[in-house]
Design a protein around this ligand. Structure first.
Ligand code: AMP
Ligand code: MG
Length: 214
């Protein structure tokens, strides 16, 4: 396992680590990395073999799909069909601790979507991870880096040792600013539906998306 400590890195150091992480992901590696919510474990969205490894490492059931991450609202379409008004969320909730569920594109493999016709998409508000995503130019499939059923790690020190060891690459950038999982909102219906609470209400989202609330 390659370990990179960038807790005290300069901006240039962060970008160098991001480029190395992007290169590793392109080679099919599985990485553990910081986000602003919790530490994540991820791979390229298109890499079904690496995604299978993530389910195995976490002990996660295949019926529970993996969310994906992109670098900006315009990139959402690399994984999903954007809903009208989604661009209004740019700079408000995205990037940020909000995951939106949308109809998926065919290029999202069934192992990522759990066989559903939807995919959960988030734009992380984190300089290292955004640099990785921009370098890659394609989405990452990433979920919280905890054994399934256990709490998500809010700092590198809270990471489960077995998860760290099972990954090919682990990046330490200290504690996560938010420290809690993102809110999840289903935008596929006529009304915004909150699937996981996280400080963002259906009312607020509905207002930006001009959708009804539930
Ligand atoms: P985490 O595993 O904590 O990173 O959170 C990801 C959450 O998003 C899990 O609860 C997933 O089941 C959920 N999720 C991922 N994809 C979808 C989807 N297509 N529809 C609804 N929830 C999803
Ligand atoms: Mg989780």
């Amino acid at each position: 396992m390659i370990f990179m400590d960038i807790t005290r890195a300069t901006e240039a150091g962060i970008y160098a680590a991001a480029r190395e992480t992007a290169r590793a992901l392109k080679e099919g590696k599985v990485a553990v990395f910081p986000t602003e919510t919790v530490y994540g474990i991820g791979c390229l969205m298109s890499d079904t073999k690496a995604a299978e490894r993530i389910y195995g490492i976490k002990g996660r059931q295949h019926s529970k799909p993996l969310p994906v991450m992109v670098d900006c609202v315009a990139s959402v379409e690399k994984a999903a069909f954007p809903v009208p008004g989604l661009e209004a969320l740019e700079g408000v909730f995205m990037p940020g601790p909000l995951t939106v569920v949308l109809k998926k594109k065919d290029r999202v493999p069934p192992v990522i979507s759990g066989g559903l016709d939807t995919v959960a998409v988030r734009i992380p508000d984190h300089p290292f991870l955004l640099a990785v995503l921009r370098e890659l130019g394609e989405p990452i499939a990433a979920t919280s880096a905890n054994p399934s059923g256990l709490p998500a790690p809010a700092s590198f020190d809270m990471l489960d040792g077995a998860i760290k060891d099972a990954a090919d690459l682990a990046v330490d950038m200290g504690p996560c600013r938010v420290g809690a999982p993102s809110a999840i909102a289903d935008l596929t219906g006529p009304e915004v539906r909150i699937l996981r609470e996280g400080g963002i209400t259906a009312e607020e989202l509905g207002k930006w998306l001009k959708k009804e609330i539930q």
